[in-house]
Design a protein around this ligand. Structure first.
Ligand code: C2E
Ligand code: MG
Ligand code: MG
Length: 381
């Protein structure tokens, strides 16, 4: 840190002030600059200086900095606000992930941060206030045309914002750690619903429930205990429960992941790889990890029939799944020709708006009682 301070000092004028805020954060006050260009010039100079290696005993260390710039104007009432804005810009530079970047604070950035903080406050209460609800999207067998299960999809019914989609709030819940208790609730609610339907309707005794898992949820130390508690409470062997994970999990500790997934499988629970083909997965992982299903992402279903290389991917995924002894589940079927094509290619089951959108529990139950002729040429209203 001392070496870094020295290096920073060497890029500044005598009238500038440098301080360490703690950890690896420094603050630089440039006095009497003419325009923002002067600050940008200094930011570039700092980054250039930090690029030079540091010699520590016989080792060479390389560093870089994410720099946030806030311009002091007469609008500021106090120094704290100026520092806070520089901090916001710095985090934005960090979030962009490009080493050695600088970002200049602007009002929009402030509004985004305040909006996120506000959402965090509301999300924290939402679980206690029972504002989350699960919707269920039917999963259809492509050979029998039968409804064989549902995928649970969470919704946030915010009194202030209306229905908020998981794509918006799940990443924030992950960042703030709320995903662990929220994920627990989702798993409990989805399995309770499944067992209720199975017990109420003997014809639905083999119904399945697929539940999405977030990476931080799966990696939280209590995940297996949480799963065990739920299975025990329900006096259930886990047959028919399917957990969905995404490919980005393969970026993490692979040995730890392998034993975790094996432990899940030992509990009788199936594993599906969601959004397959959109993320990063080395093909050898598919072989090594105990996965049961590959879910073909909607991106590769929507282009079916349009020609081009992308339209071939669904066929390749189905083939791959078959070779590896897994089943292929098609996501996002919106047209009957997609269903027909995937059925011909050998996809085992499918979901999509063409069959049904995600439904609340009541509507899903109605569909269970009065299934539609999904494999006939009948458009679902
Ligand atoms: P996903 O697991 O891949 O879920 C499929 C998404 O595609 C759902 O969006 C579903 O409503 C939508 N979808 C299904 N069929 C069609 C179709 O034919 N056309 C189109 N355009 N969309 C279709 P949703 O419910 O907004 O969920 C988005 C993502 O949020 C999910 O993607 C999943 O990654 C995450 N998510 C949803 N619920 C949960 C949850 O309970 N826990 C966690 N960890 N993540 C969740
Ligand atoms: Mg999913
Ligand atoms: Mg998906």
């Amino acid at each position: 840190m001392i070496a870094i301070s020295r290096r920073l000092e060497s890029t500044l004028r005598g009238s500038d002030i440098i301080g360490r805020l703690g950890g690896d954060e420094f603050v630089v006050l440039l006095q009497k600059i003419h325009s923002i260009d002067d600050a940008i010039y200094v930011a570039k100079r700092i980054n250039k200086a930090l690029k030079e290696p540091f010699n520590l005993e016989e080792h060479q260390l390389f560093t870089s900095a994410s720099i946030g710039i806030a311009q002091g104007t007469s609008h500021y009432d106090n120094a704290d606000e100026l520092l806070r804005n520089a901090d916001i810009a710095m985090y934005s530079a960090k979030a962009q992930g490009r080493e050695g970047d600088y970002i200049i604070f602007d009002r929009e950035m402030y509004e985004q941060v305040s909006e996120k903080l506000q959402m965090e406050i509301e999300l924290r209460q939402a679980l206690e206030l029972h504002e989350f609800q699960l919707y269920y999207q039917p999963l259809i067998c492509l050979t029998s045309g039968m409804l064989i299960g549902f995928e649970a999809l969470v919704r946030w019914f915010s009194p202030k914002r209306g229905i908020v989609s998981p794509g918006v709030f799940i990443p924030i819940a992950e960042e703030m750690g709320l995903i662990v208790p929220l994920g627990h609730w989702i798993l409990q609610e989805a399995t309770t619903q499944l067992l209720h339907w199975r017990r109420a309707y003997p014809f639905a005794a083999a119904l399945k429930m697929s539940v999405n898992l977030s990476i931080p949820q799966l990696q939280s130390p209590g995940f297996l205990t949480c799963l065990d508690e739920i299975l025990q409470q329900q006096q259930w062997d886990g047959q028919g429960l399917q957990l969905e994970i995404t490919e980005s999990i393969f970026m993490e500790d692979l040995e730890g992941l392998l034993s975790l997934l094996q432990a899940i499988k030992q509990r009788g629970v199936e594993l599906a790889l969601d959004d397959f083909g959109t993320g990063y997965s080395c093909l050898s992982y598919l072989h090594r990890f105990p996965l049961d299903h590959l879910k073909i992402d909607r991106a590769f279903v929507s282009c079916i029939g349009q020609g081009g290389e992308q339209s071939e991917i669904a066929a390749m995924v189905i083939n791959l799944a078959q070779q590896l002894g897994m089943t292929a589940i098609a996501e996002g079927i919106e047209h009957s020709h997609q269903r027909d094509h995937l059925q011909r290619l050998g996809a085992t089951s499918a979901q999509g708006y063409w069959f049904a959108k995600p439904l609340n529990a009541e509507a899903a139950e109605q569909l269970l009682l009065h299934p539609l002729p999904w494999l006939e040429q009948v458009e679902v209203a």
